[in-house]
Design a protein around this ligand. Structure first.
Ligand code: SF4
Length: 346
């Protein structure tokens, strides 16, 4: 990334989060060489979420969604995991790999969706419905996961809720769009939905999605449901706001497979724009366009080249989850995995 683009990125992050990312390092060949050498010296595996900056994705050993990366972390031989993503994702890696040292290059990289429900909020909500089953989206903190009965991803939220006896009240959090989608599909009246959302990507809205589909009538529409940014699009597709036969609700892995398989010349992508980097690499002849070019997560973009270098040089920032919280959180994730279709490659 050029110096001007880096300065612009830092400005954008500061404006939207009030936080100043680590800067002053260009992702050039010398940077890449130092990153690789330090990772090897530390015995670290570098994991990058799909919404990371392209240069961070390119230098990582593995890219993927948060759950898939956490599973890679758990299965890896490396003692140290460097998780380039947002904080709840690094916590999830720590929950699934409790004996490994997990680092995030900037611990201030939060998530507006995960922050929309705190452990105290959830405790109070549970007190109102003491017999309810709590289902939480993976975009939640470790503390919230520890208070959860079953976690879910967007890929399996319907299956998770359907697995709960029909007479049981369900508390679904934190994403209201995913909750509304699940309620509509399951037809369940006893599903209560927390009013959380990813404020960053509230811009991927119905009129914009419909307008883009109308302007590009031959384009496929790929909607990625993993991150909160796409759940509003998921909801709209379900309501028929855009033609169903052109809409493909896909995991990350599925999106890349579909990009390789499709005959479409152009594809509209409804998710965080970091995903375009991998799609263009997978299918260079297709014209991939973002439904919303502004759908860039500033928290994800806090993992700058400077932040990664600092992490590797200084061993910061380490992610801690206390054992009891980790054990309870792990149980809620394991229950989800047992139900199946957790979308490891999403
Ligand atoms: S895109 Fe939204 S849901 Fe995803 S990490 Fe960023 S703030 Fe959280």
């Amino acid at each position: 990334m050029a110096a001007t683009a880096t300065a612009q990125l830092i400005d954008d992050v500061e404006r939207t989060t009030g936080l100043t990312p680590y800067g002053g390092v260009l992702a050039d060949a010398a940077w890449a060489e130092e990153v690789r050498a330090l990772a090897e010296k530390r015995g670290a595996v570098l994991l990058a979420h799909n919404y990371q900056l392209p240069e961070i994705q390119d230098i990582a050993h593995h890219t993927g969604d948060s759950l898939a990366l956490s599973r890679i972390a758990a299965e890896s031989d490396a003692d140290e995991i460097i998780f380039c993503g947002v904080h709840f994702m690094a916590e999830t890696a720590k929950i699934l790999a409790p004996h490994k040292r997990v680092l995030i290059p900037d611990q201030r990289a939060g998530c507006s969706l995960a922050d929309s429900i705190t452990a105290d909020d959830l405790r109070a909500w549970k007190a109102e419905f003491p017999d309810a089953v709590v289902v939480s989206y993976v975009n939640t903190t470790a503390e919230v996961k520890a208070l959860t009965d079953i976690c879910c991803t967007s890929s399996n939220a319907v299956d998770v809720v359907a697995s709960i006896p029909a007479d049981k009240t369900v508390l679904f959090n934190p994403d209201q769009f995913l909750g509304a989608h699940v309620k509509r599909i399951t037809g369940r009246d006893n599903l209560h939905i927390w009013a959380g959302e990813c404020h960053v990507h509230a811009g991927i809205n119905g009129p914009e999605l419909a307008a883009k589909a109308e302007q590009n009538p031959d384009a496929d529409l790929f909607i990625h449901p993993e991150c909160g940014c796409a759940t509003s699009a998921l909801y709209l597709a379900g309501t028929g706001a855009v033609p169903k036969d052109q809409v493909k609700i896909l995991s990350t892995g599925g999106m890349i497979d579909a990009a390789r398989a499709t005959n479409a010349k152009s594809v509209l992508v409804a998710t965080e724009i970091g995903m375009l980097h991998q799609l263009r690499a997978a299918a260079p002849d297709i014209d991939f366009r973002a439904v919303n070019e502004r759908a860039s997560c500033p928290y994800m973009k806090m993992i700058t080249p400077a932040a990664l270098l600092r992490c590797l040089r200084e061993g910061k920032d380490e992610v801690f989850v206390d054992e009891e919280t980790a054990a309870k959180g792990r149980a809620s994730v394991q229950r989800m995995i047992e139900i199946g279709n957790s979308g490891g490659g999403e």
